[in-house]
Design a protein around this ligand. Sequence first.
Ligand code: SF4
Length: 275
Amino acid sequence: MEVLLADYLGFCYGVKRAIQMAKENAAKDGTSCTLGPIIHNPQMVRRLQEEGVGTVSSLDAMRHGTIIIRSHGVGPSVYEEAERRGLNMVDATCPHVKKAQLSAKALVDEGYAVILIGEKEHPEVKSILEWASGKARIVETEAEAKAIEPCARLGVVCQTTFSRVRFERIVAQLLEKAREIKILRTICTATDQRQAAAMALAEKVDRMLVIGGRNSANTTRLAQLCAEKCLTFHIETAAELQPEWFDNIEKIGITAGASTPDWIIREVYKKCQNR
Ligand code: SF4
């Protein structure tokens, strides 16, 4: 059986950078904490905890020490609150996310009615909304875009990890809605590269393995895309591999979300090769 890896998989630039910054600021006394899990991967969160970087869900839990902002970013109120509390801040917001946040703010400042294309519950989307002073309307589906009232000037910004295909379909609906429309294409290429590489591989193999946290939106999306091409299994670690998945197949493909550590990908790859 052949085991094939997607051309692009695993940690993206923003996640690598955030983890590096967290490690550099680790404090064994538990006073370095990320605000929310650094990435949507429980294994990596545990490993960082062992290295001295904890997790808090709110600044209320921090009386002193260093708060690390993860790659998804936060709204301006968190910066103000951290300063008010006298906390040391390490801002690991991915530069691409920062660009989306500032783009939304600029569109509001320029007087556009702002549409933020993205998943309503995603932390990055919530942070972008806050940078837009709460004045953006979040649109997640074509049906929601269709329901928008026509207006004079529409500004569009997007969650960095949103599917490009869905983004273009939603934009096609929005083009009907305003005389002037300004579209800021803030989708990050890491997402595109991983999705395109995963789909290309899924076409060539009998089964796909998609590795990453079940709470990771980008990994779940990879699994959905691969499942359109072949039988696909979403796993978090090599321990979940089932012997029957390898029965009567010639090729198995592996991909991993942008928040999946290399060591987990290596373990899965090795275990598949040893079948
Ligand atoms: S997926 Fe893109 S925007 Fe998100 S953290 Fe990675 S590099 Fe940054």
